[in-house]
Design a protein around this ligand. Structure first.
Ligand SMILES: [Ca+2]
Length: 77
């Protein structure tokens, strides 16, 4: 998971368009992560219908939560 996050950060920093995307996805992540534990639970995703539909697909490590890197995959689709 750390590798994924690092990779996403590297891609974001090396590309201005991706950097902007990164900021937007950060906003989404922070607005969804209501308890601030750096993971999006199904409950936190509840207000976002499209995200909730893809929740299980995006949850690559199947821990039942979405990390920042996993949410980035949603935003890149
Ligand atoms: Ca959370």
């Amino acid at each position: 998971m750390k590798t994924l996050t690092t990779l996403a950060t590297l891609v974001a920093l090396s590309n201005p368009v991706m950097a902007e995307h990164h900021e937007h996805s950060m906003d989404l992540f922070m607005s969804l992560d209501t308890n601030g534990d750096q993971h999006i639970s199904p409950l936190e995703a509840k207000g976002h219908e499209e995200l909730l539909e893809q929740f299980e697909t995006l949850d690559l490590d199947t821990d039942g939560q979405l990390s920042k890197a996993e949410l980035d995959l949603f935003k890149m689709q």
